[in-house]
Design a protein around this ligand. Structure first.
Ligand code: NAP
Length: 255
């Protein structure tokens, strides 16, 4: 255990050099925002990152940034989590199996906000899409990746939560409900895998962060009021690295 680390709060984690060397970590929504920052941080600490997203150009740009910096070459997986069906998921699993033979980390980061609307007026199609991208797709991806995660000596699944997924707030609709669901999924899965696998499962709430989603949710807020994604990476690195071994079924905050 890194001595600079408090056992219960990863916000003050001092990240050792080469923390993620030899690890293979998949990041969803890796093309921009928090997912991009996580992919860059993981690669900078030695991980081979699998960049998953629906926008190929964004993923290629992140790939180019990582290789230009001399970090391990990432892989790209173009997938639209709102629309992908079983063959696309199975194809991804098979490609990772052939290329790496295992998965050490899975960061479920991709998400959509939907509309900020009262439940009385909430559009049903939007409800379905938000629940699908934010909750069902992480469930399916996790289920199919478990065999590759089991092949790791020390695997970590991180689900991205939100403060409105812990205490409901007016007008957050399907987004809040999806994040409550993610907290529940993480707890159930952590309990199932504890003591019978080397896979740990936790939730991480980034807190208000300077991204497109934050601007969409709070259009009147000054962007500088919130930290850049790169500034909140310590807990992500902690949960993906060996210092969090044995930590499972918990919910953490980045801010
Ligand atoms: P963002 O800037 O809107 O980025 C969201 C990412 O998810 C993008 O890469 C986006 O790809 C991807 N994505 C959305 N729908 C997708 C789909 N159907 N298939 C594949 N990828 C898809 O949001 P963010 O602020 O970085 O949020 C990242 C995570 O943190 C989310 O789970 C969010 O709920 C959570 N969070 C954020 C805040 C905050 O203040 N920013 C606070 C609490 C929690 P495209 O570029 O293709 O759209």
């Amino acid at each position: 255990m890194n001595p600079a680390m408090s056992s219960t709060d990863p916000r003050g984690y001092t990240v050792p050099d080469g923390l993620l060397r030899e690890r293979v970590i998949l990041v969803t929504g890796a093309g921009r925002g928090i997912g991009k920052a996580a992919a860059l941080a993981f690669a900078a600490h030695g991980a081979s990152v699998v960049l998953l997203g629906r926008n190929a150009q964004q993923l290629e740009d992140v790939h180019a940034t990582i290789t230009a910096a001399g970090h391990p070459e990432p892989a790209i997986a173009v997938m639209d989590l709102a629309r992908s069906l079983a063959p696309a998921y199975l194809d991804l699993v098979e490609q990772l199996r052939q290329r790496y033979g295992r998965l050490d980390g899975l960061l479920h980061n991709a998400g959509i906000l939907g509309h900020r609307t009262p439940i009385e007026q909430y559009d049903v199609a939007t409800w379905h899409e938000v629940l699908h991208v934010n909750l069902t797709a992480p469930f399916v991806l996790t289920q199919l990746m478990i065999p590759l995660l089991r092949a790791s000596a020390d695997a970590s699944i991180v689900f991205t939560s939100s403060s409105v997924g812990r205490r409901g707030r007016a007008y957050w609709g399907a987004y809040a409900v999806s994040k409550f669901g993610i907290e529940g999924l993480a707890q159930v899965l952590a309990d199932e895998l504890q003591n019978v696998s080397r896979i740990r499962v936790n939730c991480l709430n980034p807190g208000g962060t300077r991204t497109r989603m934050r601007r969409q949710a709070y259009p009147g807020e000054a962007p500088e009021a919130r930290p850049e994604p790169a500034a909140i990476m310590a807990p992500y690195l902690y949960l993906m690295g060996p210092d969090s071994r044995g930590v499972t079924g918990q919910s953490f905050d980045c801010q």
